[in-house]
Design a protein around this ligand. Structure first.
Ligand code: GTP
Ligand code: MG
Length: 339
């Protein structure tokens, strides 16, 4: 089915260069049914859905090999499916003006520290993935709690999702932080939806479920925290032989998070550990887990470390539009504070 026919069937009027156009594209991506793609009969559709390819978008961003594995179709058919999915979603070029209009949807979530907000260009952005990596106790989990309280305080209708893989979400801490912001702790806690992920499969499943919370249940999700992004992957895939498999799975996870951020204008905040880099003699001898897959999928990357007198140092490593730099802040009972 061509894009034009598809639009006609879905009865979606597309206005050039409008914010609605961007949002309509997102709607179309949600509503598109994989069963309508060429080469996808009911049996293939079922197999694809079972393997997690339940939206046209998930097929559009897949590789032929993954679809062959998931559904048993030939590689030629898989390529056709991917091309058709891309056509339906109009994944070609958009004008700079479209992108600018999309950027105007972006909100910034304050960290509570002016220095940290300034470093991030005003706060943590919606529509993107921000990764904080650093050693234990560097403040990654604290930032997750703080962003949740701040986004919910500033957006009275919003909901925050917390995918907790290490059992470190603490409602008591949320209460303290909410009081620090002068918000009603019960109201804030009610609007944080916490799920404990027991392994990496569960973690992927939970990330996909967020999509349902938004599209089916109509939740106004503004923030998704994944703390920690990589701990299960690190524990489950041990040894060099498993690296490719781990990276493939992590890639799938990052794509579904990216999709959430992009289609629904959600701020995705992920935390990541570091490991010793044995061959590094100069500079910082640590590197983030997850390698290029995580690094490339994250729009903003922040390296956290402990500073002098109990302070924390955040260093912006990677950003499409901000100057790289550093700032200092304190983690306090009421939230983040400037030095
Ligand atoms: P890992 O998950 O172990 O890798 O560490 P992390 O980077 O997630 O560290 P986390 O965010 O848990 O930081 C813990 C640090 O935050 C503690 O060492 C304290 O310094 C600080 N902290 C946590 N809670 C409070 C609090 O209620 N008050 C104050 N003042 N500091 C706190
Ligand atoms: Mg932590």
């Amino acid at each position: 089915m061509t894009k034009a026919v598809y639009e006609e069937e879905m009865d979606i009027p597309i206005e050039e260069n409008s914010v609605e156009k961007v949002e309509t594209k997102a709607k179309r991506a949600e509503q598109a049914d994989i069963g309508n793609l060429p080469g996808v009969g009911p049996a293939t559709a079922e197999k694809l859905r079972e393997s997690g390819y339940d939206t046209v978008m998930s097929i559009a961003v897949a590789t032929p090999g993954l679809l062959v594995d998931a559904s048993g179709v030939s590689e030629t058919v898989a390529r056709k499916m991917i091309n058709a999915a891309r056509e339906v979603l109009d994944m070609g070029f958009e004008s700079g003006l479209d992108v600018l209009q999309k950027r105007q949807r972006v909100n910034k979530i304050t960290t509570g520290s002016k220095a940290f907000d300034d470093l991030m260009g005003g706060g943590f952005e919606t529509g993107s993935i921000t990764e904080c990596f650093g050693e234990f106790g560097s403040g990654k989990t604290q930032i997750g709690h703080i962003l949740a309280v701040n986004v919910l305080t500033d957006n009275p209708e919003a909901v925050a999702i917390y995918i907790d893989t290490e059992n470190t979400f603490r409602p008591e801490r949320i209460t303290q932080l909410a009081e620090g912001r002068g918000s009603d702790p019960e109201d804030i806690l009610r609007r944080i939806k916490v799920a404990r992920a027991y392994n990496s499969d569960h973690q992927l499943l939970l990330a996909d479920k967020v999509e349902d919370l938004i599209s089916k249940d109509g939740m106004n999700v503004k923030l998704v925290v994944v703390d920690s992004l990589t701990a299960h992957f690190r524990a489950e895939f041990i040894g060099r032989g498993t690296l490719a498999e781990r990276q493939q799975k992590l890639n799938k996870h990052m794509h579904s998070l990216l999709k959430l951020a992009d289609l629904h204008n959600v701020c995705v905040y992920v935390t990541n550990q570091v490991m010793a880099k044995p061959d590094q003699f100069f500079g910082d001898p640590t590197q983030a887990i997850g390698g290029h897959i995580v690094a490339h999928a994250s729009t903003f990357r922040v390296y956290l470390r402990k500073g002098k007198k109990g302070s924390r140092v955040a260093k912006l490593i990677d950003s499409p539009n901000l100057v790289e730099g550093e700032c200092n802040f304190m983690v306090e009972t009421e939230g983040l504070k400037d030095l």
